[in-house]
Design a protein around this ligand. Structure first.
Ligand code: PAF
Length: 294
């Protein structure tokens, strides 16, 4: 463990690599009754992550951010290999944000038997198998496996996730319910670039042309949001897909309007808990986005 020079906020970010160190650093703080927040990330931090840190700071006394590129949630080894890891930049951002701890474990620390798989099979409900679950088989077992380990290491009172990964937050809530974990899950709104693109660590892979083409995803979602009351479901989806088709090199995986819990398509405008979700490959980069309708 080492301390970095305090920045703007005159706070010191403690960088921690092992569960044992983390537990011993947090123990005295918990003993004082301080509320602990966890912001799990895979690094390559952007303003979306900073918004999670800011919300965590409002809600808790101590904020722990984890940075761990979790191998068990990647279905494509090439995707894992090329996942951005700008650690110095991340540490600078967390220091400036006044985050208290960053937990950056090795793969062996989190998965001692790696690459041999550990037993993890949890019932996340049928929503595990649709949308992202269909395109990235086993992805949410990997996500919940690592989030469970992070919860176990930090034992946070509250944990913060971004709405951009809508299905991920649902799966994490389902895990928390299934295992009866004592942690509050908070979802923070999507942070967008000025032109509408949802912030994501993967945006770094977009070429300038892909970056321009990627805007059709948020445009299609905003179209659905703005015309929701005016058009039928089939017109909404057809017109929104047309917006996406206008950009070359954008390969749509799905665009759908679903119930926010089951993730099954809805057919009634009166339905509450409605969300429109999109996933597409823009050039070589797969992006997801969503808007909550009601
Ligand atoms: O959203 C992410 O960055 C990851 O899926 C998470 C929640 C940190 C688990 O690895």
């Amino acid at each position: 463990m080492y301390n970095l020079a305090p920045s703007k906020q005159d706070k010191i970010l403690e960088v921690i690599a092992t569960v044992a160190e983390l537990e011993s650093s947090l123990k005295p703080l918990k003993a004082k009754g301080l509320k602990i927040a966890l912001v799990p990330t895979m690094g390559a931090l952007h303003n979306g992550h900073l918004s999670l840190i800011a919300e965590a700071q409002k809600k808790a006394d101590v904020v722990v951010c984890s940075i761990f590129v979790n191998p068990t949630q990647f279905t494509d080894p090439k995707d894992l290999e090329k996942y951005p890891r700008p650690l110095e930049h991340d540490i600078k951002m967390l220091t400036e944000a006044g985050c208290n701890f960053v937990f950056m474990p090795s793969v062996k620390e989190m998965y001692p038997s790696y690459p041999s798989p550990e037993n993890w099979a949890i019932d996340l409900g049928n929503a595990e198998y649709v949308l992202e679950g269909e395109f990235r088989k086993g992805h949410y077992q990997g996500v919940t496996q690592i989030v469970f380990k992070l919860f176990d290491a930090v034992k946070p009172d509250v944990a913060f996730f971004g709405q951009k990964d809508f299905q991920q937050v649902l799966m994490i809530k389902n895990m928390v319910n299934e295992l009866g974990l004592d942690v509050e899950i908070m979802t923070c709104p999507i942070i967008r670039e000025e032109d509408g693109l949802a912030m994501s660590s993967r945006n770094i892979h977009l070429s300038p042309t892909d970056r321009a083409h990627s805007l059709v995803l948020s445009k299609a979602l905003f179209f659905i949001e703005q015309n929701y009351e005016k058009q039928s479901f089939s017109d909404l989806l057809r017109n929104a897909k047309q917006i996406i088709n206008e950009a070359p090199d954008v390969e749509l995986d799905y665009l759908t309007i679903v119930d926010g819990d089951t993730l099954l398509p809805i057919t009634e405008k009166a339905h509450q808990n409605t969300v429109a979700l999109v996933a597409a490959k823009v050039g070589e980069t797969r992006l997801i986005d969503n808007v909550i309708i009601n």
